[in-house]
Design a protein around this ligand. Structure first.
Ligand code: GDP
Ligand code: MG
Length: 375
């Protein structure tokens, strides 16, 4: 089913639970025995203990549908836009590319033409088959991946790997590749800065081959598009490729149910109180919904989209700023809508108790680690 509890993993590996918790702890992932891990994380741990992992067909299929879908949703699936994250080495042009796409694609023909910085924005693309959308997360890709891996959630459908054509593959490029691969997220490579005289796109392709990313034109299956985030050259091609990959990935959700998804970012606003950007991953989020994100709960008082407009509802794959929570939830936390506020409050309270317990367990686990390392 795409995930496994620490407890079950320990059983299957015939390894003490504490060893697994310790291994995760050193990766910055805090867990307890009942917490579920996604398969890439479980695999990573097992391999560290020298255990080969085979995932069955069924499991990898289930992962494709994402953990946000229930059995019942399968009866009412609708296509949803891809959610895209940009990753890559520092200064290779991640921010420039996001900014270029935002300005070129969002400003066109829209009143105001300015996007709000809510941590995500969408673009509308006119295709022969009709209008299509792509949602970009503009939180740093590495952080988004780390947060989501720690919680076993998957917020990104496609990763754009930006590699500067005048600099090539660098440490954070390699890190980005392993993050995306571990999460099972397809990579589209943007070979950036091709406007520069010193650009060597073929050298970049060669270097990427050493990390098992083989360009399509050389017989592989990785799409690589040479672009310039400054002149905008071939950015349209890049966007089309994202739509292509998204079709292959077969992205679906059931809009006719209570929403669930992930907190992208959140902060305390002096005037408005806790403000959270939520990515809706299944169902439709409505004003007035009773919502729970970990130990935080509330009633959606208002929603503001990435164009700065107040909206009444938000569909799957879209991000929206939400007001009305009782506290600031951590980024990466999953949220869920409950039938009423009373239920929501009860769920959040139960979660708060759980969190206190697991913090206690962790404190004890880390003490044990310290003692072990002394002996
Ligand atoms: P980030 O650290 O990956 O977000 O990189 P930035 O977007 O901040 O870009 C780093 C530097 O590279 C800035 O000075 C950009 O103006 C420059 N830059 C980004 N993309 C391009 C490009 O396509 N061509 C050229 N010539 N410069 C670029
Ligand atoms: Mg940047």
């Amino acid at each position: 089913t795409g995930s496994i509890t620490v407890n079950d993993l320990a059983d299957r590996m015939a390894t003490p639970q504490t060893e697994i918790i310790k291994s995760l702890f050193f990766k910055g992932i805090a867990t307890n025995v009942n917490q579920t891990l996604d398969l890439p994380t479980a695999k990573m741990v097992a391999e560290e203990f020298g255990i080969e992992v085979e995932t069955t067909e069924e499991e990898s299929e289930a992962r494709k549908v994402t953990e946000m879908l229930d059995e019942a949703d399968l009866e009412n699936l609708h296509q949803r836009p891809p959610v895209v994250t940009i990753m890559g080495h520092v200064d290779h042009g991640k921010t420039s590319l996001l900014d270029y796409i935002r300005q070129a694609k969002v400003a066109q023909g829209e009143a105001g033409g300015i996007t709000q910085h809510i941590g995500a924005y969408h673009v509308d693309l006119e295709q022969e088959s009709g209008s299509r959308q792509i949602v970009f997360l503009d939180t740093p890709g590495h952080e988004a991946f780390t947060a989501m891996r720690a919680r076993g959630a998957r917020v990104t459908d496609i990763a754009i790997l930006v590699v500067a054509a005048d600099d090539g593959v660098r440490p954070q490029t390699i890190e980005a590749i392993s993050h995306a691969k571990a999460a099972g997220v397809p990579i589209v490579v943007a070979i950036n800065k091709i406007d520069k005289e010193t650009a060597q796109p073929d050298r970049v392709k060669q270097e990427l081959m050493e990390h098992n990313l083989v360009p399509e034109e050389w017989g592989g299956d990785t799409i690589m598009v040479p672009v310039s985030a400054i002149t905008g050259e071939s950015v349209d091609t890049l966007l089309e490729m994202l739509l292509l990959v998204s079709e292959v990935e077969d992205l679906h959700a059931n809009p006719d149910r209570l929403a669930r998804g992930t907190v992208i970012e959140a902060h305390l606003d002096k005037a408005r109180g806790p403000v959270a950007t939520l990515l809706v991953q299944n169902g439709t989020l409505n004003v007035g919904d009773a919502i729970v994100a970990g130990a935080v709960f509330g009633k959606v008082r208002a929603m503001i989209d990435d164009r700065g407009d107040r909206v009444e509802s938000t569909l799957p794959s879209f991000a929206v700023e939400v007001l009305g929570l009782n506290d600031v939830p951590p980024a990466g936390e999953e949220f869920e809508v409950y039938a009423d506020e009373k239920e929501a409050r009860a769920a959040a309270d139960a979660r708060a108790v759980e969190q206190r317990q697991s913090r206690l367990q962790q404190a004890m686990a880390s003490r044990r680690v310290t003692l072990n390392s002394l002996s």
